[in-house]
Design a protein around this ligand. Structure first.
Ligand SMILES: Nc1nc2c(ncn2[C@@H]2O[C@H](COP(=O)(O)OP(=O)(O)OP(=O)(O)O)[C@@H](O)[C@H]2O)c(=O)[nH]1
Ligand SMILES: [Zn+2]
Length: 455
């Protein structure tokens, strides 16, 4: 008997035949088998209890059968990777459905016709024209049976995993409420770039990079429902910073467990590990300016650019009342990002390369951190990362001028050396300030985030 017919949405002729369990590398799914009158067999892979998911509904993928992509790992299309990604994000979300739609092979023209179409594409036609050349429609898929399967599963409001707006429209027409269409995190490859381009230019598919959470964050937006665990981690770590808008100051420091950022001789390679470096580059990519004291430039000659992740280089701000920054240092010679060199007014202005702006500031030596941040904000540098060294970071933190401190500690004891965070303390511990804190692992290191504005 047809499933769940109602007057508005006549049921497709599809019937639940069997139910079992399918353990997969992505998790354990219930696997439910359906059949239509013509004998087409479909399956639904169900994770958790999707019918119980409220709000915008569970994640659902209607996956069109693609033998070449799904079974053989073909790179001519992105089906196999999308299928794997869908199963993985659904199990990570705790509930959802993949309907594996048989009869959709080759966008509904069948396997061998798809291979014929491939042959024509080998000769230069694109995926749309190849179908047409064969006398077949470019798109011949019918979603009625998929919609009926969803209704059978008690799922009528969904977040659809797809980059195809036509799929969303069809499902909507068939009575499934699509609250959101979520693009799967699958990257283009050289082998399928042309196919994906044609899907976008001729078949209305969305443009990639799809759901790139990091580029959303660097564009100042906080994605609402990140799909993968790593995307969720990014939003969790950096979302609160981005949400602060155009004016904030953060500080970061990587130090040994006993509080040093370098050995007695100044050797700082490396206190914290690779993942802390990536994290530091992410912070740089999220601010307008990265501020360091001149001593850090003298001892480490840092580039202060964004290299470990994608993103724009911030302006490098050197705090240097006495204009003592070595003239051969990277910040003064390498023009990959602008440098703002703050020196005390009244000392002679040094000659500089075109990417460097010298800004003489009256009384710079005694200027409070808050005043310095105002001065930067006036120049369009409202989001500031105070990056080093220990003295500069300590001064900004102690003055209460930074909103957040990212303090990464490595399981390393240096014993004696260049101190990290140090400031005039309190006599009584009860007077020391406690701040809301969170921690996350960066490889072997622990990053503690102190919300200094939230005390
Ligand atoms: N006729 C034809 N079908 C293709 C070709 N490449 C992939 N397919 C089929 O296209 C179907 C997948 O459709 P796509 O357009 O890639 O993606 P979609 O399902 O519309 O959209 P997403 O939900 O974003 O994956 C599968 O059934 C594939 O077998 C091709 O060159 N020619
Ligand atoms: Zn495919």
């Amino acid at each position: 008997m047809p499933l769940n017919a109602d007057s508005a949405h006549p049921a497709a002729d599809v019937e639940r035949v069997t139910a079992t369990v399918l353990p997969t590398v992505h998790g354990i799914f219930d696997m439910i088998g359906y059949q239509n009158d013509a004998g087409t067999e479909h399956v639904a892979l169900v994770y958790g209890d999707p019918a119980a998911v409220g709000g915008p509904g569970p994640l659902v993928r209607i996956h069109s059968e693609c033998l070449t992509g799904d079974a053989f790992g073909s790179l001519r299309c992105d089906c196999g990777e999308q299928l794997a990604a869908a199963l993985s994000v659904i199990s990570a979300a705790g509930a959802g459905v993949v309907v594996y739609a048989r009869g959709h092979e080759g966008r509904g023209i069948g396997l061998l016709n798809k291979l014929r179409a491939y042959e024509l594409q080998d000769g230069g036609l694109d995926t749309v024209d190849a179908n047409i050349h064969l006398g077949l429609p470019a798109e011949a898929r019918d979603y009625a049976q998929s919609a009926a399967i969803l209704r059978d599963l008690g799922v009528s409001r969904i977040r659809l995993l797809s980059s195809n707006p036509a799929k969303q429209e069809e499902l909507t027409r068939l009575g499934i409420e699509v609250t959101e269409r979520v693009r799967l995190p699958v990257a283009d490859r050289a082998e399928n770039a042309r196919y994906l381009d044609v899907k976008r230019s001729r078949m209305g598919h969305d443009h990639l990079p799809a759901g790139d959470v990091w580029s959303e964050l660097t564009s100042g937006r906080v994605p609402e429902a990140p799909l993968t665990a790593s995307d969720r981690e990014l939003v969790d770590r950096y979302g609160p910073l981005v949400a602060r808008g155009s004016r904030f100051a953060v500080a970061q420091l990587g130090q040994s467990l006993d509080g040093f950022i370098a050995s007695r001789t100044g050797d700082a390679e490396f206190v914290t590990g690779e993942e802390d470096r990536t994290h530091l580059h992410r912070l740089r990519a999220l601010v307008d300016a990265v501020l360091v004291g001149w001593r850090t430039v003298e001892s480490d000659d840092p580039q202060l650019t964004v290299r470990a992740v994608s993103g724009q280089n911030p302006t490098r701000v050197i705090l240097d009342p006495g204009a003592r920054t070595p003239r051969a240092s990277g910040v003064l010679t390498d023009d990959s990002s602008p440098t703002l060199w703050l020196i005390d007014a009244g000392i002679p202005t040094p000659e500089v390369a075109p990417h460097v702006t010298v800004l003489p500031v009256p009384g710079l030596r005694d200027l409070e951190p808050a005043g310095l941040l105002d001065l930067l904000a006036e120049r369009g540098l409202g989001r500031v990362l105070v990056e080093g060294g220990g003295r500069t970071v300590s001064r900004f933190v102690h003055a209460g001028a930074v909103d957040r401190l990212y303090l990464t500690t490595a399981a390393l004891l240096i014993g004696d050396g260049v101190p990290g965070l140090r400031f005039a303390g309190e006599d009584v511990l009860a007077d020391a300030r406690r701040f809301p804190a969170r921690q996350f692992m960066l490889g072997e290191d622990v990053c503690t985030v102190l919300d200094l504005s939230g005390a």
